[in-house]
Structure formats: C-alpha cells, structure tokens
Design a protein around this ligand. Structure first.
Ligand code: G1P
Length: 297
C-alpha cells in the first residue's frame, strides 16, 4: 500500500526583502491577510490534507513564528477570566500538539532546494509535502487536499501547476509537458526560471508539492542552478524517467502571489470579500471608490 503523506515542510527562511521595512522586525509569514498570518493559511491547508507533522525551515529572526504556534497561558487566562470564549476558540487553530511541530535552521540562503534538504532527517524514507506560504490558494477544497487525493491514485511526484502568461513564465519553475490529461499532466522536463522566450510551456509550478524521498537523495548531490541557487525544481526533474515519474496537477482554486505587494493586496481584498462579517462594508467601500475614480476620469 502507498504510504500516506503525513509530513509537510514549510520553507520560511527567506528575508522577505520585498516587504521592507515591515519585514525588518516581522517575519513575512506573520504578515496578516485580514486577521490571520500567511502561515496560518498554509497550516490550515496542510491540516485539511491530513498532515500531522509540520517542519519549518527557518533562519535568524523568525522567533515570532515559533511564538505564534506556542500556547500563550497569560493571554488565554485573561480571555478566560473575561468570558471571551469566541476568542479562545479562534486561538485554538494556532495550537499544535506537542511534538507535531519542528524547526530546522537553514544556516545559509542557498536556495529552496537546500532549504528542503535541511529537513531530510525528519522526513526519512516517506513521501512528504512542501508548502510555500507565499502562494496562498483560495479554493473550495484546499489545494493540498486535492493533490493528496490525486496522489493516492498515481503515487510518484506531484507539483501544483497553473497556466501563466508567457511573459511571466521566467519567474517560475515551468513544465515540459509529455501528456496533458486535464487535471493531471505527465511531465517530461522541468526548468527553473527559463530565460524569456525559452519556456517549454506556460504551465508554471505553484508552491505545493508532494514528493518522494528520492528527491532528497537527489538534493544530496545537486549543483547550483538558476540564480546560483540549489533548486528544488532541478531535484524533481531528476525523478523524471524513474518508475515514480513526475506529474503536474491543475488545481481548482485561485492562487495569490503573496510574495508580491500587488498579490498581497489582491488577496487581502478577496479574503475580506469572502468574509460574512466584512463583505458588506468592504463591498460598498470598493463600489464607491470605483465610482469616484471613474467620475474623475
Ligand atoms: C519558487 C520555485 C518555483 C515556483 C515558485 C512558485 O520560486 O522555485 O519553481 O514556480 O516558487 O511560487 P520563487 O518564487 O521562490 O522564486
């Protein structure tokens, strides 16, 4: 029987320079979409997919992340004393079972592949998921859960995939398609950040992966690739041709690039509009704003 996917790696070592000065003292992953930090969306998605062990690959200055997932006895006592059961309930999503969460330090910023490799001893010989918290995906069924269900049928290695405009392909890992079967895409090559005009397709890898432990073995000996970094894409590419193979998975949902300011703002509006307690106010504000802008043109 195929091993269940119960471990996920969250690479969170990046400096978040695109969000300076905010990220001078706040880890990027703690920045909030409405009232939840980016990392909470990633954790909720992992939980929905059946993940039981959460491995964070961090770096210096990410202490706020560790505190976020810790119990907060003083705050909880205060809320209890005041009878704020609704807020206590909200805090529950930030609590982790003892031993369910682990932090590894990536001592040097050598790339995404290197960050994932840092967690190799905690993964052992099992398939595992990788979630990049910058990629926030709004979906009826959470993206990783869709992938786990597909993976139960195919096994192998699976990466989330999405069509992007050709001019944007050079910002992504890009799939060379062997066979497009609709939601599943069989892959014959993967290129990280192809030079403009050389992309093998417009199917980009989005930050959700289910990988075989062989990818970690490949990372043992991989050389630096695009941008001089050790690339996860290159280690997955080496799995093509193995009996496991590599599949792209066209997920159902809307992806926001919260690593960019514009994507972050769009996600803030979209998540605000999806909330019962905020929709009406936000909607009428946006409608008035658009009307004023149009009148001024
Ligand atoms: C990373 C991956 C890339 C993938 C992208 C998705 O790139 O290396 O293959 O397409 O995430 O967001 P980064 O955005 O870290 O440069």
């Amino acid at each position: 029987m195929r091993n269940k996917v119960t471990k996920a790696i969250f690479p969170v070592a990046g400096l978040g320079t695109r969000f300076l000065p905010a990220t001078k003292s706040v880890p990027k992953e703690i920045m909030t979409l409405v009232d939840r930090p980016l990392i909470q969306y990633a954790i909720d998605e992992a939980r929905a997919a059946g993940i039981k062990e959460f491995i964070f690959v961090t770096s210096r200055g990410k202490g706020a992340l560790e505190d976020y997932f810790d119990h907060s006895p003083q705050l909880e006592n205060e809320l209890r004393k005041k009878g704020k059961d609704d807020l206590l309930e909200i805090l529950k999503s930030t609590n982790m079972d003892s031993g369910a969460i682990a932090y590894m330090r990536q001592h040097k910023a050598l790339g995404l592949g290197h960050a994932v490799w840092c967690a190799r001893r905690l993964i052992g010989n099992e398939p595992f998921a990788v979630i990049l918290p910058d990629d926030v995906i709004a979906a009826e069924k959470p993206c990783l859960q869709q992938m786990v269900e597909a993976y139960e049928k195919t096994g192998g290695n699976m990466v989330a995939a999405m069509e992007v405009p050709p001019a944007k392909a050079s910002s992504y890992g890009v799939l060379d398609v062997k066979e497009d079967m609709g939601s599943m895409i069989s892959v014959k090559g993967m290129v990280e950040k192809p030079a403009p005009g050389t992309e093998p397709s417009n199917l980009a890898v989005i930050g959700r992966y289910i990988l075989s432990p062989y990818v970690l073995k490949n990372l043992n000996k991989i050389k630096s690739g695009a941008g001089g970094e050790i690339q996860l894409t290159d280690a997955i590419d080496q799995e093509i041709g193995s009996e496991r193979g590599v599949y792209g998975y066209r997920f159902r949902g809307q992806r926001f690039d919260c690593g960019s300011k514009s994507g972050f703002l769009q996600a803030t509006v979209a998540f605000g509009l999806s909330r019962d307690d905020l929709r009406d106010d936000l909607h009428s504000y946006l409608t008035d704003l658009m009307a004023t802008e149009q009148a001024a043109q």
